[in-house]
Design a protein around this ligand. Structure first.
Ligand code: MN
Ligand code: MN
Length: 454
């Protein structure tokens, strides 16, 4: 069903399913704010569903449920299909990193009687959105002896939070003359973390107090920050939004909402003709580069490992598997904002409540950087949607020359597989409080399942 309202077509049973699924997603999002946390959540869900770590298996057979993890930041789950993997897979891919503030390698300093952390923003943010909101600290610290500990501060209601101050309105005459891009400068995104001096009231005393805390709690030295990976993210859980509870407000819908729906589709779909795969990657917000981004060899390596366990060792089998594969590159899409409709062209935009969105292309300017999906594949997907009475819509990223964006679609397209951008409409994308429609979340989950079975 093209561009129809999900709510209007939903009976009470479907509405209940929409709200129940929303609850489960809220848990995943609240506990999976960073790529490492989301990977842990994915492993737990997969193991609970009977999936086994691929490393522990020497053979695979139709119906087997397996998962693989890369460097604690990427996750893949697969249900082995009736056909050989060489004949192709049905792949759902999404990213589990989200824009945030990364703590620098030499973060801790003291200024004006406060201890502060230096940060470097990760991904695209409007910097003014990150001041005067409660932030939580997540990540991992490795010591030279190889031991490590996780940091998770600011989510529990008894935890302290941290944050970035802003100048009071009373004295902001100069600041308010600046453009929105310059009102808060990147180098001023310093997080206030303490105000108690360790001993005497002298320079560095508040920093020393924080260092003492870190030593007492974690056995951590200041130099251990050098081998840490810490992130400041909006604190607190995702929650219902709207007086009708039709939406979910949360940090990191981009792209955990597609990651979760894709993951659940593979966990729940059961054995299909083709092997069902979900792959969750890191670093999309900074270009998909490196060992844990979509451009990594990892996905291809896992496919080779799967084929090896099918008894196929040739490199050619990997090439065949990739070429024969169909993929939905699952990432959020920009919904039309009722307050800012002029950013979009109405006939080629997506709306809350109308289901999963297919973007034939993304990109910027003259479609630069896009994966322009093949109409052959779009027709295949339309049939899968209509055969299952699913709501879907199509969109591009805003009106021509307004801006743009990209996804991981083109990277997997490089393997010569059919790839189409698919996802869920989001409002306030990349802000500390993004919004999605529960109806779209559930409909996307159903759409992904239908794709796996098509
Ligand atoms: Mn995204
Ligand atoms: Mn994004």
């Amino acid at each position: 069903m093209y561009a129809k309202n999900v709510w209007l077509d939903a009976d009470e049973t479907k509405k209940k399913a929409i709200f129940d699924f929303g609850k489960e997603y809220i848990d995943f999002l609240s506990n999976g704010k960073t790529e490492r946390m989301a990977t842990k959540e994915a492993i737990a869900l997969a193991e609970a569903a009977g999936f086994k770590n691929l490393d522990t298996l020497t053979e695979i057979h139709p119906g087997d449920k397996v998962y693989a993890v890369n460097k604690n930041k990427n996750f893949l789950a697969a249900v082995i299909g009736d056909k050989s993997i060489e004949e192709g897979m049905r792949v759902l891919g999404a990213h589990i990193d989200s824009p945030r503030l990364d703590i620098k390698q030499n973060p801790l300093f003291e200024k004006g009687g406060f201890a502060l952390f230096e940060t470097h923003y990760y991904g695209g943010i409007k910097k003014y959105q990150y001041v005067t909101i409660p932030l939580a600290l997540h990540g991992v610290v490795y010591k030279k002896d190889g031991s490590s500990f996780d940091v998770n501060i600011g989510e529990d209601k008894d935890d302290p939070v941290i944050g970035i101050t802003d100048l009071l309105i009373h004295l902001s005459a100069d600041q308010l003359q600046k453009t929105a891009a310059k009102a808060i400068e990147g180098e001023d995104l310093d997080i206030t973390v303490g105000n108690i001096p360790l001993e005497k009231d002298e320079a560095g005393a508040c920093k020393n107090y924080i260092l003492q805390l870190l030593k007492d709690k974690y056995g951590m030295e200041e130099e251990d920050f050098l081998s840490s990976e810490l992130h400041a993210v909006p604190a607190g859980p995702a929650r219902d939004y709207g007086l009708d509870r039709s939406m979910i407000a949360g940090y990191g819908h981009d792209d955990k909402v597609c990651a979760y729906t894709s993951l659940r589709a593979v966990l729940d779909a059961g054995k299909q003709e083709y092997t069902s795969v979900v792959v969750l990657v890191d670093k999309e917000e900074v270009g998909s580069i490196g060992a844990t981004g979509a451009q990594s060899m990892w996905f291809e390596n896992v496919v080779a490992e799967l084929l090896y366990r099918e008894g196929k060792e040739s490199n050619l089998a990997v090439r065949h598997a990739m070429t024969n594969t169909m993929m939905l590159s699952s990432d959020v899409s920009c919904a039309v904002d009722p307050i800012y409709p002029s950013a979009n062209e109405a006939n080629n935009s997506c709306y809350f409540g109308k289901g999963v969105v297919f973007n034939k292309y993304t990109g910027a300017r003259g479609k630069s950087g896009c994966n322009d999906a093949m109409p052959e594949f779009l027709a295949f997907i339309r049939k899968a949607m209509d055969d299952n009475n699913l709501h879907y819509q199509t969109s591009e990223i805003g009106k021509v020359d307004q801006g743009g964006g990209g996804t991981i679609a083109y990277i997997l397209g490089n393997y010569n597989m059919y790839v189409l951008d698919a996802g869920i409409p989001v409002l306030s994308m990349h802000s500390p409080m993004e919004l999605v429609s529960k109806a779209d979340v559930y409909e996307a989950y159903l759409a992904y399942k239908a794709f796996l079975a098509a």
